[in-house]
Design a protein around this ligand. Structure first.
Ligand code: SF4
Length: 231
């Protein structure tokens, strides 16, 4: 065992002890064993854990290169029984510093969109396709999204929303399994994960191009009608 692996293994033993007290030793030891072989493994068998337990795993996750530059991972938050789930792209600088999703300028705009839909943050669940910030806010790679996908899949299964709103193409491409321009994908429902999927622009795109706000509002009205909110 070289010195770096040995050091990681010693750190992991401490983490494993802490997680054992939460009853998730088997899973964590399995992850450690994988990490000794490769840094690009995705945790498996998390379906039987609860959201808090998986959030703890995400905080320690080293399954892709993004862990090297993150300050904090950003798991996601909100109503675990929400009818509507928003999925963005990746944490930004403010989110990386606090561990909370959508709190920067784009997040504040999303709050205003949610309010315009006659809802509050507490009514919805919100997370990102990848849980760690890519440096300089670059777009996460397909491999990074794939490495993180078991966490997103877990969140969708646990929350079991009626409607999933994908904010931007990163989330849309993973959830739909299709590549196309956003303008071609938006404005209608798709069926995936036992939910209705709607694709719309990321709030950061609205900050760059406010003319897109009208299109997002049209998309949100489709969602409001579907959940029975007067438009
Ligand atoms: S982005 Fe996801 S897979 Fe990569 S290190 Fe962070 S939590 Fe793990």
């Amino acid at each position: 065992m070289n010195q770096v692996i040995k050091k990681n293994f010693e750190i992991d033993k401490t983490k494993a002890k802490r997680l054992r007290s939460m009853g998730i030793s088997g899973l964590f030891l399995q992850i450690n064993k994988k990490n000794e072989q490769s840094s690009s493994k995705t945790p498996q068998n998390i379906d039987n854990l609860n959201i808090k337990e998986v959030k703890n795993i995400v905080q320690e996750c080293q399954s892709c290169e993004l862990h090297k530059t993150r300050n904090m991972s950003v798991f996601g938050e909100g109503n675990e029984n929400a009818q509507i789930m928003f999925i963005g792209e990746a944490p930004g600088k403010d989110e990386d510093m606090t561990g909370q999703p959508f709190i920067g300028r784009a997040g504040q705009l999303l709050d205003r969109i949610i309010q315009a839909m006659k809802m509050k943050r507490e009514d919805i669940y919100i997370c990102n396709a990848v849980k760690c910030r890519p440096e300089n806010n670059r777009k996460p790679t397909v491999d990074e999204v794939k490495s993180c996908s078991s966490f997103l899949d877990f969140q969708i299964k646990k929350v079991n929303p009626k409607i999933i709103i994908c904010l931007g193409l990163v989330a849309a491409e993973y959830i739909l399994g299709e590549n196309d321009k956003l303008k071609n994908l938006r404005g209608k429902f798709y069926q995936r994960y036992g939910a209705k999927i709607l694709i719309t622009y990321h709030p950061a795109a609205l900050l760059r191009d406010p003319s897109k706000k009208k299109l997002v509002w049209e998309d949100m009205q489709i969602v409001m009608k579907e959940v029975g909110i007067d438009v």
